[in-house]
Design a binder for this molecule. Structure first.
Ligand code: ADP
Length: 305
């Protein structure tokens, strides 16, 4: 007859299996004790597993709540930025208007010193307007407030348009801007013209800003893998290798750029990247410090997003 502990073991599923494996109906006491130990540790593991699962569920819930809170905070921050930026825009435009009136001599003649100082104020004010606008655009594209109206357009026409606007900055610093080809029979791009204009403007302004006096900028557009590949090459200051990864991050400015050009928000490339991707393309660059940079981006020919 089996002992009580043997009976208990025979009822246990784990033990039954072990008994079958060992080929014995009844096990010696030492093995029964060993099995008891195994059962206890198995029971402990099950308890630990259950506790772990409960903890995970609780943690998951906490994370979801934290995420919701962060989303709400992000929304509040976004509203705050947009209110402040809008509020700033009005007085800044007022200052711009007053300064341009003074500069044009509407309030009486100015001597050269007065003109120089007023011109500096005018330029600083214009930079603040640009910064505020950049903040509004960055916030708009991040929070999904920007509307994209995709259609077929000639990207070189759009480039010509932007070039017309930025060429005074290039002329001032004797920087030449040329197209690499004549671009005959280029297919149309399928993009949102308004946001795409901002991308071209940012990239061209950067190429001008970060190129030394008398430098060269070359633009190329070609078809590659059923897309248009646009590139803008300059022979400017380049981007330090150890800062390459951060270039498209919001508010980031490389150390050589800060040294040479104190103005800049560090928002332009973040905006450009977000817009290019929303338009269904990709953006990247090659750069060598002291030699120059090429920024590339692709745009689709048809709807692909
Ligand atoms: P910003 O020009 O206002 O600083 P961006 O977001 O447009 O901001 O650019 C981020 C940084 O990337 C710049 O501060 C600069 O360090 C680097 N950068 C962008 N374009 C160029 C370029 N063509 N040549 C060298 N550095 C560049």
């Amino acid at each position: 007859m089996a002992t009580s502990s043997e009976q208990k073991i025979n009822f246990c599923e784990v033990c039954t299996k072990l008994l079958e494996e060992s080929g014995h109906g009844v096990l010696p006491l030492t093995e029964i004790e060993a099995m008891k130990g195994k059962i206890a540790s198995f029971e402990q593991s099950t308890t630990d597993y259950n506790t772990g699962t409960k903890l995970l569920i609780r943690r998951d819930l906490e994370l979801s709540r934290a995420n919701e809170k962060l989303q709400k905070l992000d929304e509040t921050k976004s509203n705050f930025i947009s209110i402040v930026a809008h509020q700033l825009r009005t007085p800044l435009s007022g200052v711009k208007w007053t300064l341009s009136m003074l500069l044009s001599g509407d309030m009486g003649p100015l001597n050269n010193d007065q003109k120089t100082f007023l011109m500096k104020s005018y330029e600083s004010n214009a930079r603040m307007i640009t910064l505020v606008n950049d903040m509004l655009i960055a916030d708009g594209i991040q929070s999904g407030k920007v509307h994209y109206g995709f259609k077929h357009i000639d990207i070189v026409d759009l480039m010509d348009n932007v070039l017309f606007e930025v060429s005074p900055q290039a002329l001032k610093r004797h920087i030449s801007i040329n197209y690499k080809n004549k671009f005959k029979n280029l297919p149309q791009a399928y993009v949102d013209p308004e946001t795409m204009r901002a991308v071209l403007q940012n990239l061209l302004e950067n190429a001008i800003k970060y190129t030394i006096e008398g430098g060269k900028i070359e633009i190329d557009v070609k078809v590659e893998n059923d897309q248009l590949l646009v590139s803008i090459t300059d022979n400017g200051i380049g981007i330090p290798k150890d800062q390459v990864k951060e270039i498209f991050t919001k508010f980031f400015r490389a150390r050589n750029a800060v040294k040479q050009e104190t103005d800049g928000s560090g928002l332009g490339l973040y905006i450009a990247k977000t817009i290019v991707e929303k338009n269904g393309g990709k953006i990247w660059f090659d750069s060598v410090v002291g030699e120059g940079s090429t920024f590339y981006f692709t745009v689709p020919l048809q709807e692909n997003h």
